[in-house]
Every structure is written in C-alpha cells, then in structure tokens.
Design a protein. Structure first.
Length: 422
C-alpha cells in the first residue's frame, strides 16, 4: 500500500514538473527572432516585415512553441490595419488553436504569456468578425466565451467583452439588449477599476529633512510633476473608455428612436472629441519649436505640416455633433443643438432640421468637396470614401425633402449595394 502511494506521488510529481518545465533544448536563433519582432513596429513596409517574421517562425517553430502563438497575435494587428481581415482571422484562429491544444507551450526558458493573453486573442476574433459584418456568428462566438470573459479577473477583458457584445448587438439591430450591455460597460468603467496602480509619490520621492534646501525643492518639484503625470495618465485612460460607452449608448438609444435618452451620451461624445482635438492642436503647436532643427528630417517636417492642415480641415468638416443635433431636434429641443452646429456637416443637418433646405444643400456640397480633398493625404486614403458613405443617408433624406425622389432612390440603391445591408 505504501509503495503504491509512493509511486503515485512520484508519478504526480514528475507530471507536474513536466508541465512546469517546458524549456526548449534545441538551438534556435533567438536574436533573429527578436530582431524581426522588433522591426515590425518600425518597418516602412509592414506587410513585408510581417511576412518575413511569419516565414522565420514557421521554419523554426511549431504549434507547441510559444513563439508560434506570440508571433501570430503580434502580426494580426498589422495585417488587419492593411485591410487583410481574412488573413488576420486565420492567424488569430491558428494562435488560439495552438493555445487550446498545447498550452503550456515550450519556451526559451521563460514565458511571455499571461492568463490575459488568451482572453485578448478571443476578443480579437470578435473584433475581426464584426469588421466582416458577421454579427450573428460573432454573437454565438461571444456567448461561447461569456463565462470566461464576463468573470475574468482582468478588468480590461471584461470591458472589452461588454464593448464587443454591445457593438455586435447594435449590428444586429437588437438595441434594447445593446443598451443593457452598454450600461454594464458604463458601470464597470465608473467603478474605479481603471485607476492605474502606481507607486505613491511619497514612496518614490523620500525627502530627507537633512538635505540641502535647494535639493529638497528640486525633489518637491519632481514629486509634483510625477503626481500630475499619474493623474493625467489616469484621466486619459478613463476618458478613452468613457468615450467608448458614450458612443455605444448614444448609438443604441438613437437607433431605437429614444432620442431624449440618447442626448446626454451624444453630448458627451462631442465634448470628448473636442477635448481630444484641443490636445492634438496643443501638441502640434508645441512641435513648432522643432521645425527649424537641422536634425529633423524634411519628410517628418512635411508630416507635421500636413497633420496641422489635416486637423484644421477635419474640424471644418465636423460631423461629430450630427447625432446630438438630430436627437435634440427629434426630442423637441432643437435650439439646444444650435451651439453644436459648427462644422459643415453639423450645420447642414441643423439647417435641414429647421427647414432651411437650400442652406443645407450648400453646406453638404462644401462638405463633400472637402472630403474629396482630404483623400489626397496618404494617411487618409480610402477613409475619405467611408466618411462620404457615412454622411450620405442624411443627405439623401434632404433630397427626399426636396422631392428629388428619383435621384435619392438611385443613390440609395447604390448605397445599399455597396454596404450589402439593405
């Protein structure tokens, strides 16, 4: 009996050790792997860099290796940004398949993975499904991961889960359910979970009373800057997540014709956008001092010039207050919307709601001309056409109001064909 217990303990101990010690013993050129992963962020040709990394990984690793998982999750974001959504979906599913079959992976002596890694991979699948408008499929997928993600100890995974679920439900036009999920996202955001855990300033800057007065003053100044930096970091993270739930709830309430309920969330979205624009303008203004530096590349100087011009034109275009203006008008609070009608699109919508149809036409015409000019920026490209399509429904509504039914019908049919959602 004792011998049996002893052998069982030995067998169990070896099994646990085998699970814990997954250090690779065969030689691998880790320097080459590290260089390829690092270069991906800085490469001028992201697709070429991603292909080089994947070629190296597939030649040197298999699905049992951690690098197989890490490289795929890293490359997905770059491939997706280049519009290759199908390939991005394939890569992330390969990574998840490897994890579910072979974790814990064989590694180089230490692991870079955390329990949150697989949760983020699952959420990436959700985002890619939505990008491809696979809303029904994505809802089933999220339901299959609900137990894991909704109860995750990682607050960011829970936040992203509710965001993904809300967006998916909006895509399915199940607005009441989207509102429930959006409110959960709001409550979690405001519960304080986003506050960054930082070392207290008093622990970082321990000021000895015996120090010279000048040194103490320098340390006090550094301490104040540290506290301000931490406060700013917390505010940026919190405001970013507030923008997410405000946009979701604004959309869900708006599309379910609950305009009065949508109004405060739409207003919050507009206010956040204004703050972000102000920060961008301040950053660009601060960069002016470096424009004459001989060490700054001409190409970078041109980027700064283009960025300044682009931001100014985007502010002129407007469009961020459209939902707010319509919600105000539809809930009998039209005059409340007037101060927000500053950009061309917003002025057009406000004029349209107040019956000034010829004025609305003029604003729309100017706005669409500006969108055409924005397409000339390399960093805008096809996004300009997306803007045009986003504002087309309200413009077609104007044409209906002006009794241009044939034109409105023809453009609407083309819009439905392109969007594949009518």
């Amino acid at each position: 009996m004792r011998l049996g217990i002893f052998l069982a303990i030995v067998f169990f101990s070896h099994s646990v050790a085998g699970q814990q010690d997954r250090t690779r013993t065969r030689p691998v050129d880790y320097a080459a792997y590290d260089q390829l992963t690092t270069n991906l962020a800085y490469a001028a040709n992201k697709l070429e860099a991603a292909n080089r990394l994947m070629k190296f990984v597939d030649e040197n690793f298999t699905a049992v290796d951690e690098e197989y998982f890490n490289a795929r999750t890293l490359v997905v974001a770059f491939v997706e940004s280049l519009g290759e959504t199908g390939r991005a979906s394939e890569l992330i599913r390969e990574a998840i398949g490897a994890y579910e079959l072979h974790y814990p992976f064989v590694n180089r002596g230490y692991s870079m993975l955390t329990p949150e890694s697989i949760e983020q991979a699952y959420l990436t699948v959700s985002r890619l499904n939505r990008t491809q408008r696979l809303f029904e499929k994505n809802l089933r997928y999220l339901e299959s991961k609900q137990a894991l993600l909704e109860s995750s100890e990682h607050y960011y995974s829970r936040l992203m889960y509710y965001s993904e679920l809300s967006n998916t439900l909006i895509g399915l036009e199940r607005y009441d359910e989207a509102i429930v999920s959006g409110l959960k996202l709001r409550d979690l955001t405001e519960a304080g979970v986003l506050k960054m855990k930082q070392q207290p300033a008093d622990e970082v800057f321990k000021i000895d009373p015996s120090l010279p007065e000048e040194t103490k003053q320098q340390l006090l100044k550094a301490k104040a800057e540290y506290e301000k930096s931490m406060q700013t970091s917390n505010e940026v993270v919190l405001n970013s997540n507030r923008q997410t739930y405000n946009a979701l709830l604004s959309s869900a309430y708006f599309n379910s014709f609950q305009y009065a309920a949508a109004l405060p969330y739409a207003k919050a979205v507009w206010e956040h956008t204004q703050r972000m624009n102000a920060m961008s303008q301040e950053s660009l203004a601060n960069s002016e001092q470096y424009m004459n530096s001989p060490y700054l590349a001409d190409s970078f100087k041109q980027q700064m010039i283009d960025s300044r011009k682009y931001l100014s034109q985007v502010n002129t275009l407007g469009g961020t207050a459209t939902a707010l203006i319509i919600a105000a008008g539809k809930s009998g609070q039209t005059e409340l919307a007037r101060p927000y009608a500053t950009g061309l699109i917003d002025q057009a919508v406000f004029a349209q709601l107040t019956g000034n149809l010829s004025e609305a036409e003029r604003y729309y015409t100017e706005a669409f001309k500006l969108i055409t000019s924005l397409a000339s920026y390399k960093f805008v490209g096809a996004s300009a056409e997306a803007w045009r399509q986003a504002y087309l429904p309200v413009y077609l509504n104007l044409q209906v109001q002006k009794s241009n039914l044939a034109y409105a019908t023809r453009r609407a049919q083309n819009f439905c064909y392109r969007k594949k959602n009518c």
